[in-house]
Ligand binder design. Structure first.
Ligand code: ADP
Ligand code: ZN
Length: 613
């Protein structure tokens, strides 16, 4: 039974949701989390990107007495976050190293005068005694610890600062703490609870499904061309992120896209800080821009309308893949997560693990992570089911991933596997030689290349025994045997070697199931890819939406904020579709709160060509 007190607090929360944010109802676990924190409880929240974590601390901060102190490592984004809140009529400020003394002083004064609802802090600020003293002199509504996975050993550069946060509780025992992360693995979850001293906190674990993201993993043939095809056919004019492993391929891919008429900016650790900041800012502020980046890019980027995330290289782990793809579609509109993956990826990553620093246990962990990622790539089952299972969540086939849309077949690849392994075996045994996949495949196909002749490989008994498959098909076989660890790879040249498990195949003791060869799947899929975008605007609404977008772009430019800070696409779409005639009608659109209605309502009605009331 809820006490009368909680009831009013609950409706305070609901009222704030409606009045400030312009939303009708809470999503997922939001209500429960908010009630818990409003009532003074500690919380540990695991919710996917785009799930709506911010409201979980912003609303309690508004409802409770005092200032909500938000710890976030993403200082480059604080200004935007604060601008967005101010546009909603929320009194927000931040303290970080980008400010000069006067700017900091001003925020500190606002804090002490009780003129702030939310104060964003970089974690290192809390290791400075003067900041702690400042907080002592004000009233704190709650501590929100964003990106809480930063405390984990797999976390990041911010770890030492985050570990210090465990002391918040000792200094302010009565102030509720809410830690939030989009990292879902059990290990990280447990580590956050321990390190942040949140053992007694209530844990809220949301579903990690992102139903609006379509997962697709495609064999890598000519990756840049495949990418261009995807952008041209399905994501014209859309904002997106392309991930590459190396700085060099980041640069090359960005150049390639730009040369083909798609504005693409590189982002990697080799660029100076100013260029990086500038490219990030342009990505946030301009519409339809593509960033080509190493994984250094994207944490905390809360741009809601990223329509696609493309990987040109294999991510090192399922966690990484999930985090990176999760940056697509935070606004809930249909988005694509696309990955091109090939034999070379497996060879390269295995090599990186072999030569990585650290002890054997560390290398084994890296190998386990890679294996899970490979299993996701090679699965013939629903990608989403497998992805969610990795995070311990059960689900049923989704209908919105490549394997659901174009079910791949599996086939009995035992005989080809035996042929391939025996070619490797013969070379190793009879010639004391090791070669990479290219030469082995040439031998199986009976190709008399100069390298084959030079090494007298055409006299091997296995020469020409594999003509039933094409070269790309053989590469698919090698890739999958590598993924299943039925063959190994070593050295700088990626030479193939037998593993303990190879013997079982050679001795015909085990069957090898393989995914139907890539090319055919790719063709089958191309036919489906032509499907129209699921949320087309009507013929009348489309030009209205464009007018609203133009209005928004002008506003954003004038204020120096990203367009989505003014209104999300989703809100503009709804306005274009419903075509409200009065301010009161406009106020019912999701995403139009009191402050925005007052500020922009009339301009929107004018843009729509209607009469304001
Ligand atoms: P996260 O931090 O978990 O990635 P955000 O807090 O940025 O997610 O929220 C994702 C998007 O969903 C934002 O655009 C936010 O405004 C919107 N949103 C959050 N909660 C609601 C809600 N209850 N109703 C409608 N939209 C919501
Ligand atoms: Zn599926």
């Amino acid at each position: 039974m809820a006490s009368p007190e909680t009831l009013t607090e609950t409706s305070d929360a609901a009222r704030t949701l409606h009045r400030v944010f312009g939303y009708d109802s809470f999503r997922g676990g939001q209500q429960e989390i908010i009630e818990h924190v409003v009532a003074g409880g500690d919380a540990l929240v695991l919710m996917p990107t785009g799930g709506g974590k911010s409201l979980c601390y912003q609303i309690p901060a508004l409802v409770r007495k005092g200032v909500g102190v938000v710890v976030s490592p993403l200082i480059a984004l604080m200004q935007d976050q604060v601008d967005a809140l101010r546009d909603l009529g929320v009194r927000a400020g931040f303290l970080n190293s980008t400010q000069d003394f006067d700017e900091r002083r001003l925020v500190e004064q606002e804090f002490l005068a009780g003129e702030l609802d939310l104060l964003y802090l970089a974690p290192e600020r809390l290791r400075v005694e003067s900041t702690l003293n400042l907080l002592d002199r004000g009233t704190i509504a709650l501590f929100a610890i964003d990106e809480a996975h930063c405390v984990s050993q797999w976390g990041h550069d911010f770890r030492p600062d985050y570990l210090g946060l465990s002391e918040l509780h000792e200094r302010w025992p009565d102030v509720p703490r809410i830690a939030l992360t989009a990292t879902a693995t059990k290990a990280t979850h447990a580590e956050i609870a321990t390190r942040l001293n949140l053992k007694d906190a209530k844990h809220f674990v949301a579903s990690f499904d992102r139903p609006n993201i379509q997962y697709r993993i495609e064999p890598k043939n000519e990756p840049k061309k495949q990418l261009l095809e995807l952008l041209r056919t399905e994501h014209k004019g859309d904002a997106g992120i392309v991930y590459c492993l190396s700085r060099a391929s980041v640069e090359k891919t960005a150049e390639f896209l730009t040369a083909n008429g798609i504005t693409a900016l590189p982002y990697h650790a080799g660029l100076d800080a100013r260029t990086r900041a500038e490219h990030q800012a342009r990505f946030l502020r301009e519409e339809g821009l593509v960033v080509v980046a190493t994984i250094a890019f994207g944490m905390g980027i809360d741009k809601p309308d990223v329509r696609f995330v493309a990987h040109l290289d294999l991510p090192k782990s399922v966690e990484g893949y999930y985090q990176e793809t999760g940056r697509a579609g935070r606004d809930g509109l249909p988005s694509t997560a696309w990955l091109a993956y090939g034999l070379q990826d497996v060879v390269q990553q295995r090599k990186m693990i072999d030569t990585s620093e650290g002890d054997d246990a560390h290398r084994r962990r890296l190998a386990t992570h890679l294996d899970a990622m490979l299993a996701l790539c090679e699965t013939v089952e629903c990608r989403r089911v497998q992805l969610l299972a990795y995070f311990g969540q059960e689900s049923t086939p989704c209908g919105n991933c490549d394997t659901c849309l174009t079910p791949p077949e599996s086939w009995d690849g035992t005989v080809p596997a035996q042929k391939l392994l025996s070619a490797v075996f013969r070379l190793q045994r009879e010639r004391r030689q090791k070669f990479g996949a290219g030469q082995i495949i040439d031998i199986l196909l009976g190709k008399k290349t100069s390298k084959v002749i030079q090494h007298d490989h055409d006299s091997l008994t296995v020469f020409g025994i594999g003509t039933e498959l094409t070269e790309p098909e053989w590469r698919g076989v090698v890739r999958q045997l590598l993924a299943q660890r039925l063959i190994g790879v070593e050295g700088d040249y990626g030479t193939l070697v037998l593993t303990d498990a190879s013997a079982g195949v050679l001795r015909k003791e085990r069957e090898v199931r393989l995914r139907r060869e890539p090319e055919r799947v790719a063709k089958a899929r191309a036919a489906k890819a032509a499907r129209p975008a699921p949320v087309e605007l009507s013929a009348e609404a489309a030009p209205v939406f464009e007018r609203l977008r133009a209005w928004r772009a002008a506003q954003a430019k004038e204020q120096g904020v990203p367009p989505y800070v003014i209104f999300h696409d989703k809100t503009l779409r709804q306005i274009a579709t419903e075509s409200p005639k009065t301010l009161a009608e406009l106020g019912t659109v999701s995403g139009v709160g009191e402050s925005k209605l007052a500020k922009y309502g009339q301009q929107i009605l004018d843009t729509l060509g209607g009469q304001g009331s």
